[in-house]
Every structure is written in structure tokens, then in C-alpha cells.
Write a protein that binds this ligand. Structure first.
Ligand code: AP5
Ligand code: ZN
Length: 217
């Protein structure tokens, strides 16, 4: 099973991909996470990506596809993958089809998380994650059960992303509408498109997704 999660910044792709990973034994593959790791390690790709990410633009297809190809080649991906934040452009969608075809595989479903732009700014500006395990939180929508302690790993360190400020968020939304939203039509034509109402609470979005994915597994 290979799932694509489509949706604007803040739609909940990362939140839901982690849940699907745990529930169905799939591997979450987030190009945003891979790029942030490359930036932190100071690799050549990371150095090239850093300024673009901080400005809210899209990193070049070449860099993103290379990073994704390396990760997809690792053994754990054979059990099935959730693509989170990839593809984001038409050339990336083509590259993904070709990469999967090399392994006699294909996209099982592309799931569009449907949300209003206005809510996205609020979701993103309240977001933070556990530095230890990556569990996601939100100032208003999802606080740890014990203040200052991660529900998942018990850690006490939390962090916020450098690109989660109001100005960069509107750039990211622009890039989404210009480059990524057309992929919804593309997957519709390929007959693999599903929709989820992602304005609902996190648990309700999870339930919608789980019932869709259960049909494919
Ligand atoms: P990336 O890391 O992919 O960021 P993004 O697409 O902007 O998505 P986000 O991580 O912001 O949002 P999300 O949908 O995962 O939401 P989340 O679950 O965290 O990309 C970052 C940058 O890297 C890009 O700008 C670009 O420069 C570069 N990049 C990455 N991939 C690329 C590619 N393929 N090509 C080119 N460049 C690329 O949820 C957000 C918050 O809301 C959380 O706090 C969460 O707790 C809360 N929340 C989630 N769901 C709900 C809900 N239902 N109700 C209330 N709150 C909710
Ligand atoms: Zn944690």
C-alpha cells in the first residue's frame, strides 16, 4: 500500500501520517522532515534548501526527488509508505510514478485533506513538537496531558519550526495553490483520489482516514 496525503501546510498531514503509520504498519515519509534533517546535518542538499524553506518557497524538484529516492530505497519502505508533503509539483508526481514502477508498485490512494486557508494560519502558528520523539502538539488544540511532559515519550524538550511564522505561512499557502493543488485533479484523473474533511477534530479526521485506508489494505 502506498498512500499520498495531499493538503496545504497545516492541514494535518504530519499528524495523521504518524497515526496511520502506527495503526497500519506503514512508513511515514515526509520530505519536509528529510529536508530539515539535511539542513541540520549541513549536507550539500541541506545548504541549498535552507534559505528556500525559511522563505516559504519550494525546494527544487531535483533535490527533493534525490532525497526521496534515497529514503524510499531503504528496506523498511517495502511494507508500504505514506507520502507526507510529496509530491508537491507535477514533475515530482511523475518522478514518484516512475520510482514506484521500478519496483512494480503504484500509488494505492491519494487522499486530499480539505481545509480552509484561514484555519491554517492558526494551526501552524500554535504548533510545536516534542524534540525527543517528534510527537506534534498545539497551543489550543492538543496540549500534553501533563503540562511540559510529552504524552508519547515523557520528554520535556519541545521545539517550534523556523518557518512557522505568519509571513512565511502565507508564502507556503501561495506555493501550495500554485504548484500542489493541481495534483488533486491529476490524481482524480488517475482514479485514485479520495477526500477527507480535515476541518474536523484530529480524532474525527483520523477515523475518516482509517476507514478509507482499511478498504485498501
Ligand atoms: P513540510 O514540512 O512538508 O510542511 P508543510 O507542507 O508546510 O506542512 P506542515 O508540516 O506545516 O503541516 P501538516 O499538514 O503536516 O500539519 P500538522 O500535522 O503539523 O514542508 C516544509 C518546507 O519544506 C516547505 O515549505 C518547502 O520549502 C520544503 N518542502 C517539503 N517538501 C517539499 C517538496 N516535496 N517539494 C519542495 N519543497 C518541499 O498540523 C499542524 C498543527 O495543527 C499541529 O499543531 C497539529 O497539532 C494541529 N492539527 C492537526 N490536525 C488538526 C485538526 N484536525 N484540528 C485542529 N488542530 C489540528
Ligand atoms: Zn516525545
Amino acid at each position: 500500500v502506498n498512500l499520498v496525503l495531499l493538503g496545504p501546510p497545516g492541514a494535518g498531514k504530519g499528524t495523521q501520517a504518524r497515526k496511520l503509520q502506527d495503526r497500519f504498519g506503514l512508513v511515514q515519509l515526509s520530505t519536509g522532515d528529510l529536508l530539515r534533517a539535511a539542513v541540520a546535518e549541513g549536507t550539500e542538499a541541506g545548504l541549498a534548501a535552507k534559505a528556500v524553506m525559511e522563505a516559504g518557497g519550494l525546494v527544487s524538484d531535483e533535490i527533493v526527488v534525490n532525497i526521496l529516492r534515497d529514503r524510499l530505497g531503504q528496506a523498511d519502505c517495502e511494507s508500504g509508505v505514506i507520502f507526507d508533503g510529496f509530491p508537491r509539483t507535477a514533475p515530482q508526481a511523475e518522478a514518484l510514478d516512475a520510482l514506484l514502477a521500478e519496483n512494480n508498485s503504484a500509488i494505492t490512494a491519494a487522499i486530499s485533506l480539505e481545509v480552509d486557508d484561514a484555519a491554517m494560519v492558526e494551526r501552524i502558528s500554535g504548533r510545536y513538537t516534542c524534540a525527543g520523539c517528534g510527537e506534534g502538539y498545539h497551543d489550543s488544540f492538543k496540549q500534553p496531558q501533563t503540562a511540559g511532559t510529552c504524552d508519547n515519550c515523557g520528554g520535556h524538550d519541545f521545539k517550534r519550526r523556523a518557518d512557522d511564522n505568519a509571513e512565511t505561512v502565507s508564502k507556503r499557502l501561495e506555493a501550495y495553490h500554485a504548484e500542489t493543488a493541481p495534483l488533486i485533479d491529476h490524481y482524480g484523473k488517475e482514479g485514485v483520489l479520495k477526500h477527507v474533511d480535515a476541518m474536523q477534530a484530529i480524532d474525527s479526521v483520523e477515523a475518516q482516514l482509517a476507514s478509507l485506508v482499511a478498504l485498501e489494505i
